[in-house]
Design a protein around this ligand. Structure first.
Ligand SMILES: [Zn+2]
Length: 191
């Protein structure tokens, strides 16, 4: 296989869970854990190793698979995804939300809208992408105090949005599936 597809794993109800490697997907097929599949693409892979028959087999894995049994993300969309700069910058499309300029990751910072020194919390709804200059200019003040208007309201991505932010090699069918479960369609309009 020339490419190494990343597979979108769902729970049996269709809630997105995580990205898994094709090797992990093979394991799920071999252990008969795949309940259904809904992607447009199948990848034929060799080397699915059966511990029962002790031989290598050929397995077809789908780009989107739903897995039987208990899911790891129990409450679907209520789980707040972990905050990190890579996904934060992608959420804000690498744009400083104060001056509106687009920057490379290394020139961007995480700005706390309500500064931590004023009790602001380190969570999605209180952080935005800011260039270094704007972050320094704002200092330990709120946007109102600094007279710096925010260009967008920071939002907490739901699971589908977070997974879309996390994977830069999403297949079109996976993106289409995730998009149906976006809450912030306009802001998440990247490809
Ligand atoms: Zn800026």
């Amino acid at each position: 296989m020339k490419i190494s597809p990343i597979i979108l794993k769902l729970d049996v109800r269709g809630f997105p869970q995580s990205w898994i490697t094709w090797q992990e997907a093979v394991g799920l097929y071999v252990r008969d854990r795949v309940a259904w599949q809904i992607g447009n693409q199948d990848f034929r892979v060799h080397g699915g190793y059966s511990r029962i028959t002790l031989c290598h087999s050929e397995v077809e894995i789908n780009s989107i698979i739903a897995v039987k049994g208990k899911c790891t993300i129990h409450t679907g969309y209520k789980v707040v995804p972990g905050l990190n700069n890579a996904e934060l910058f992608r959420r804000d499309r690498h744009m400083c939300l104060y001056c509106g300029q687009i920057y490379k990751d290394k020139l961007l910072t995480r700005d706390h809208v309500i500064p931590r020194s004023l009790g602001g919390i380190d969570r999605w709804s209180n952080v935005v992408t800011a260039c270094r200059r704007c972050n320094v200019a704002k200092g330990g003040r709120t946007p109102e105090q600094a007279n710096m208007k925010l260009l967008a309201i920071p939002f907490t991505p739901n699971r589908a949005e977070f997974l879309a932010l996390k994977n830069r090699k999403i297949f079109a069918d996976q993106m289409d599936f995730l998009k149906k479960q976006f809450n912030h369609t306009q802001m998440m309009d990247f490809s």
